[in-house]
Design a binder for this molecule. Sequence first.
Ligand SMILES: [Zn+2]
Ligand SMILES: [Zn+2]
Length: 134
Amino acid sequence: MAETHELTRNQHLVLDALSGSTGPLSAYGILDRVRSEGIKAPLQIYRALDRLVEMGLAHRLESLNAFVACAHTHAEHEGLAAFAICESCGRVDEFADLVVEERLAAWSASTGFRAERTTIEIRGHCKDCVAAGR
Ligand SMILES: [Zn+2]
Ligand SMILES: [Zn+2]
């Protein structure tokens, strides 16, 4: 299991930038936030992101081509990660669902499809935006 103390300095900086952001960040958005720490090259960001995603500390939102820090600790991260993305305010809520994961695993087993990566992204409007009529 990955622990944050195993992270390199760059990985720490990138994770801090993601954790400190209210919404998802693109690689360039992250670069803007860590430039003052001496990270200048997008490649350094991509390398750190690859590793963070691999360790489950961050997730890539395919539809936005952006990244978020994982909302859970590893102990809590059970089931497939799913994301509800608000198109009005940009808020992203992560949740995990074991039932969905089991269903997809059963489907993979029955069809013989070997799944390597699954991302569930629900686009819509969050409760606050719906209430505010946005
Ligand atoms: Zn997560
Ligand atoms: Zn919203």
